[in-house]
Unconditional design. Structure first.
Length: 480
């Protein structure tokens, strides 16, 4: 059995290899843990020096979605990185077995990767080789971004390395500027992420061809087919985001991965287990993340002394009075005054019970559906399942009012999936709302399918003369 550095017992077979090197699994016999060791191929001494500097930067990239870098160095001319071993399934295998993935899973995967990229971009690190085989889905649903192998290669080095025979990047996921050898920015990672999510959502790569040259040429010259052409149920807003991420001009893509994250989050629901690749029960890490999401404060931070003074000056009793006064204003349709009062109270007592919910409802009553939807979404993320269900329903209603029908239908469909029994009155009512929204939005064929199936179930459960059955029968007549 081969050993490395006297403490790492290498596996008989390597985990993988590519243009920049090869990766081996190994047992650390000193600390009794699994590690992954990457041997990096660098044909130039200057690149070796840069590798050392950038490895130090990568070691500071502390994020749960990035394997920890334990050690790096050079032995007998071999450059190496010792990293945390990640046990899971490559996203390429997940796509091969389950694509097209549910909209919720596409959003979850994309949002998780976006947070990793933001952490890297904040330190001036680009990934440059984002692709499904560099992404690992763990059993708890966590996505790990592997192999920042090209991160330390600067644009000026690209031509030189290509001339030495190194394969840089992967054709199916390369941005147009990478193909043309131009300077890469964070927008190149956004493009590659768009390619990955497009494939996860549709089961099709953005571009295909007989060889790498053909695929690279299409990245530069050919307009992609919208994801909605491959998949009818993809929400319009998500389709538009994916198409924006793969715009040819970097300036036309989303301005940052934070923007990508924010635009994906409304679609993050309906993430049922992916066969035997994920577990139904949360892991300790996901429980930790859930607790953190409920304790993170929003809004500008106050110095400790100022924060204490505000809290001493504005008690929970004051917050309750503000809520009562705001409710009086709402009954009088004085929504602007009510929301201003609630916003001020929330800024002073962010944990006062009921304030956030009343503010979201006040926004909704005022017709400010965008802020209401955001408020209900935040409430759902920090609530127990039963109460979260109500908030998500309100969020869907707000999106329907905004005209974002695809997103509203996606949220409603996810809610139906969360009801444990198909014949539950709650599930039946949600299906009626879906059919009615499809009908009012002009999706006649979709509405006909939804309402026909619902009518059959209502007749079986309640009979043909029941008021609920008759109501759906009338809606179905309107689709013809």
């Amino acid at each position: 059995m081969s050993h490395f550095l006297g403490r790492y017992r290498l596996d008989p077979l390597r985990l993988g290899h590519g243009g920049m090197g090869e990766v081996w699994g190994a047992d650390d016999i000193v600390l009794d843990r699994r590690v992954a060791i990457k041997f990096v191929l660098l044909p130039d001494e200057e690149l070796h020096q840069r590798f050392t500097r950038e490895a130090k930067a990568l070691s500071r990239l502390a994020h749960p979605g990035v394997p920890a870098l334990y050690d790096f160095g050079t032995v007998d001319g071999r450059h190496y990185m010792v990293m945390q071993f990640i046990d899971g399934n490559g996203l390429h295998d997940v796509i091969a077995e389950h694509a097209p993935l549910s909209i919720g899973w596409v959003a979850s995967i994309g949002a998780q990767i976006a947070t990793v990229l933001e952490a890297a971009h904040e330190q001036g690190i680009l990934h440059r080789d984002l692709k499904p085989s560099n992404l690992m889905l763990c059993r708890d649903g966590l996505i790990r971004v592997l192999d920042f192998g090209l991160a330390f290669i600067h644009d000026a080095d690209m031509t030189m390395l290509t001339q030495t025979g190194q394969q840089l990047g992967t054709a199916a996921y390369m941005s147009p500027e990478q193909v043309e050898g131009k300077r890469s920015t964070k927008h190149a990672d956004i493009y590659s992420l768009g390619c990955v999510l497009y494939e996860a959502a549709t089961g099709h790569r953005l571009f295909t061809g007989p060889n790498d040259y053909s695929v690279k040429t299409q990245h530069v010259t050919t307009s992609p087919v919208p994801a909605g052409r491959h998949r009818a149920d993809i929400p319009r807003g998500l389709d538009e985001l994916l198409m924006a991420m793969v715009e040819k001009d970097p300036a036309d893509r989303p301005g940052s991965v934070r923007e990508v994250y924010e635009r994906l989050m409304p679609y993050l629901s309906g993430t049922a287990p992916l066969g035997d690749m994920t577990d139904a029960l949360p892991s300790p890490l996901t429980l930790y993340a859930r607790a953190l999401s409920r304790t993170t404060m929003t809004g500008p931070a106050l110095p400790a002394t100022e924060s204490r003074a505000v809290r001493d000056d504005f008690s929970h009793g004051d917050a309750r009075r503000a809520r009562r006064n705001a409710q009086t204003l709402i009954r009088e349709s004085r929504y602007t005054e009510a929301t201003s009062m609630l916003e001020e109270a929330l800024a002073r007592t962010p944990y006062a019970p009921g304030l956030r919910e009343q503010l979201a409802e006040a926004y909704m009553g005022a017709g400010d559906y965008r802020r209401a939807a955001q408020g209900f979404s935040e409430l759902a993320a920090s609530s127990e399942p039963g109460q979260a269900f109500h908030y998500r329903l309100q969020e869907a209603t707000c999106h329907a009012q905004l005209g974002d029908v695809d997103l509203a239908l996606h949220l409603l469909t996810a809610l139906v999936a969360d009801v444990p029994e198909e014949d539950d009155p709650q599930a039946l009512e949600l299906r009626r709302q879906i059919g009615e929204l499809e009908l009012s939005s002009g999706f006649l064929e979709r509405a006909r399918r939804t309402l026909t199936a619902l009518l059959s179930d209502l007749e079986r459960i309640y009979g043909t003369e029941h008021a609920a059955t008759e109501r759906v029968r009338q809606l179905l007549t309107a689709t013809r």
